[in-house]
Design a protein around this ligand. Structure first.
Ligand SMILES: *Cc1c(COP(=O)(O)O)cnc(C)c1O
Length: 396
């Protein structure tokens, strides 16, 4: 099997598993218990918090553990909205290609009377700091723009956007779930007030993540109960997962340059190979792109069939994001960058992991070329394109 869906989730690293085991088997105490056995767990918790903070250039007290990226996104946005409401500011700026954890939270706020401006995304899959500056108003309480897109892999000018927000005195949140562990992040230099991360996107366990909130930015608890996480997130802490996350993040940061160089070479080989398929196009800018992300649209095919046939050949891929598969709507991300519906349906996302080899990339190119040709030969839609009844969208 070739696993090429690392944007959906990653394999846990050995270091992450090894970091978890002692807290599953031996040190299973509750960090809130006062006896020494519980305090061992508490020490581990605070050690992990400090290590995760260090990886982001944050302070330990600025890190709150959550159940993952979705919860961190929800809490960041709802907290900023609550702060805004107190000042009578009910306008939020975001983009049309955010993750649903952000978009659906914004929809919920719209129903409560907030106004949301979703910035248009350029066909390159990028938004600019100038667009953000132009959209900010007197009553804007939050700007939320993702660090790197989970479908097309494009990396946004976060530092510049952060600088605009700082200058205008507006809180800035970034969903950095695809970036943390893969790109160097410095919350101070990047002018970030709130940042979401999730362990299972960098070889840590599922169901654990964190929200960075700059000192002075108060969080609204989504889960009420005990006094854990300085009353920002109730519930007994998932110590094994937190230890696994800290180990995975340290490992990813230590090997970041090396991993990026390797993945970029493999990615570019894959892009060059798929580019040979007629009437196909890379989605999103090539240069400002996550090292392992390849996203293509092929004319005249249907993404779901492509995935099923690739699966038969032992290749795990995705049409867009794991969250939208099963729905017949084309990806909101591909529509946001201006892909017409019929092309957006023929999308393929391949996200490589650090253990991929050139031979895997070559096998993916060959399999995809075969499957696209096969599907096109069966498609009446493709026949219309070939006979000129319908115009092509891409050049050959
Ligand atoms: C995966 C992902 C999420 C959701 O994270 P979970 O930990 O699975 O809840 C949010 N945003 C982006 C960009 C993601 O890729």
């Amino acid at each position: 099997m070739i696993y090429a869906d690392n944007a959906a989730t990653t394999k846990m690293s050995r270091a992450a598993i090894d970091a978890m085991l002692p807290y599953l088997e031996e040190s299973y105490g509750n960090p809130s218990s006062l006896y020494a056995f519980g305090q061992q767990a508490k020490e581990a918790l605070e050690d992990a918090r400090a290590r995760i903070a260090a990886a982001l250039h944050a302070e330990p007290r600025e890190i709150t553990f959550t159940s993952g990226g979705s919860e961190a996104d929800n809490q960041a946005i709802l907290s900023a909205a609550a702060l805004g409401l107190r000042k009578g500011k009910k306008h939020i700026v975001s983009t049309a290609f955010e993750h649903h954890a952000v978009l659906h939270t914004l929809e919920k706020l719209q129903k409560q009377g907030f106004e949301v401006t979703l910035l248009d995304v350029h066909s390159t899959g990028l938004v600019t700091a100038q667009q953000v500056a132009d959209a900010i108003r007197e009553d804007t309480c939050l700007v939320t723009v993702m660090y790197a897109n989970n479908e097309i892999g494009t990396i946004q000018p976060i530092r510049e956007i952060g600088a605009v927000c700082r200058e205008k005195g507006v809180l800035f949140h970034t969903d950095a779930v695809q970036a943390v562990g893969h790109l160097p992040i410095d919350v101070k230099a990047d002018n970030i007030d709130l940042l979401s991360l999730s362990a299972h996107k960098f070889h840590g366990p599922k169901g654990i993540g964190a929200l960075y909130a700059r000192g002075g930015v108060s969080l609204e608890p989504l889960i009420c109960g005990g006094a854990q996480e300085r009353r920002k997130r109730a519930g007994t802490e998932n110590i094994p997962a937190i230890m696994g996350m800290a180990a995975a993040l340290e490992e990813a940061c230590a090997a970041m340059d090396q991993n990026a160089a390797k993945l970029t070479a493999l990615r570019d080989r894959l892009i060059a190979g798929l580019d040979q398929i007629p009437y196909s196009q890379l989605n999103g800018d090539h240069a400002h792109r996550l090292p392992g992300n390849v996203s293509f649209c092929f004319e005249g095919i249907e993404g779901e069939s492509l995935l099923l046939l690739l699966d038969e050949k032992g290749i795990c891929a995705s049409s867009g994001s794991a969250c939208t598969s099963g729905s017949l709507d084309p990806s909101h991300v591909l529509l946001a960058i201006g892909r017409p519906h019929e092309v957006a349906h023929g999308s393929l996302r391949l996200t490589l992991g650090e253990d991929a080899a050139e031979a895997d990339v070559d096998a993916i190119i060959q399999a995809t070329t075969e499957v696209v040709t096969y599907l096109r030969n069966m498609s009446p839609f493709w026949r219309d394109l070939v006979t000129g009844k319908r115009p092509h969208v891409f050049a050959n």
